[in-house]
Design a protein. Structure first.
Length: 213
């Protein structure tokens, strides 16, 4: 998985000792309409969406996000995420997850954390490869995307291992019934390309929001 944030020494970013309560976060989870119509990704049930949204709130709490922070998670197929990858990162290939940080909000609005885009089609393949369920893989990708938005990086092998350990720890705490069988850092395409470049977000001095609707 690739980097969006922290420095090159592999250390975890600093965070508050106590994060806000899970209920204080606003999480929107939706599917791309065109991806649904193409029928190339497995359906994600309402109950599964609720679990992923709950996981997202738990990860945001664990990472000490500001009270009222908003997160958007969008699910689509490989064609959809490949277009996002090409448009915003100049890479004409599908990937598993992209994270788009956002740092500006209108006066009086809740603080935005950003957007996470996930290919369910790729998640299905990776779940089969690692021997666990699609929901477990989607949960990992949600957690991983949020970690990028909160400053984690995985540009180096050391950073990848630290970030994977953090994601696995959060999943074990929040959704202990979704074990990740055989999941470990690797150097495949999806891991190299994971996450949006920090150049698309605050580091470039501008707010960025991916067109996920």
């Amino acid at each position: 998985m690739n980097s969006t944030g922290a420095g090159g020494d592999g250390a975890a970013p600093e965070r508050p000792q106590e994060g806000p309560q899970v209920a204080e976060y606003i999480v929107t989870l939706k599917s791309d309409a065109a991806s649904r119509s193409r029928g190339r990704m497995a359906p994600v049930s309402r109950a599964e969406r609720a679990r992923l949204a709950g996981l997202a709130r738990g990860v945001m709490a664990g990472e000490g996000c500001r009270p009222g922070a908003e997160l958007s998670v969008a699910l689509g197929d490989d064609r959809w995420i490949q277009e996002l990858n090409r448009k915003y990162r100049g890479r004409g290939a599908p990937t598993d997850v992209l994270a788009f940080p956002q740092d500006l909000a209108p006066p009086g609005a809740n603080p935005p954390l950003g957007d996470v885009a996930i290919s369910v089609e790729t998640a299905e393949r990776q779940a089969k490869e690692f021997g666990h369920g699609v929901l477990a893989e989607l949960a990992l990708l949600v957690a991983h995307g949020i970690l990028h938005l909160t400053g984690w990086s995985d540009r180096t092998p050391l950073q990848r291992r630290a970030m994977m350990r953090r994601a696995a720890t959060l999943l074990a705490e929040i959704l202990p019934d979704l074990p990740l069988q055989g999941r470990r850092p690797r150097r495949g395409r999806a891991y190299r390309e994971l996450g949006a470049s920090r150049a698309l977000g605050p580091a470039a001095g501008r707010s960025h929001r991916a067109p996920l609707a």
